[in-house]
Ligand binder design. Sequence first.
Ligand code: NDP
Length: 251
Amino acid sequence: IYDFFTGHELNPRMGSFDLKYFCELRPGLIGWVVINLAMLLAEMKIHDQSMPSLSMILVNSFQLLYVVDALWNEEAILTTMDITHDGFGFMLAFGDLVWVPFVYSLQAYYLVGHPNAISWPVAAAITTLNCIGYYIFRSANSQKNNFRRNPSDPKLAYLKFIPTATGKGLLVTGWWGFVRHPNYLGDIIMALAWSLPCGFNNILPYFYVIYFICLLVHREARDEHHCKQKYGLAWERYCQRVPYRIFPYIY
Ligand code: NDP
């Protein structure tokens, strides 16, 4: 049962077709955008609007940016835990193909039945929050991905790292010197920005951000455990240099 859930096989393939690599991004993320667009059209039709509402435009644009970014930087997924560590079992298959498109589109779905008018200044503030989250998320992920691909890249010479017995280094400056999972921090800030256009009348649009914090805190603990096993003393030195896991001065 455990193997069925977490996946026995790390990279199941049919010939050269890698099932997990394909499912991780394409069907779920593209399906999510399609459902969001359907919700945008449904809102216009049901409320007889010639234009989608500002809240709906924000939710659709923020999530479209996230999906386009993931597909544009598709090769960056090769250094993530899903690819390098987790097997392709029910958890990932269901998550990629069902959970992501149908649950991540909850905010757009909510706005169809519960319109929420927001002013331009509020929209500008939420957009700024999303941009901050995106900036942290993208630069942290790119820093780690580029460093893993080519640690001697002259463009990364400004980054300091702790050497480990495995030959890989652990970054201790840049985003990875700020907190131990800066990419999670950026992702959570964006998740909040996706919920705010829905207002505060219902908890449903906030399901994603609450669930996501739980998921990433648990994921961070799993990664911490693997890294401790993999890097031993070097990891402990890293934790001393960078004490906060996701949220600076909090956790
Ligand atoms: P990460 O991309 O954060 O990868 C973790 C790995 O990075 C570690 O196992 C280690 O691997 C390496 N690492 C850790 N610390 C350092 C360091 N200081 N220097 C260099 N390398 C380090 O993990 P995830 O796969 O969890 O996340 C990838 C992205 O996907 C994140 O942005 C996350 O927010 C997002 N995500 C989104 C989800 C969603 O549903 N929207 C769900 C899950 C994740 P090694 O040393 O072996 O290279």
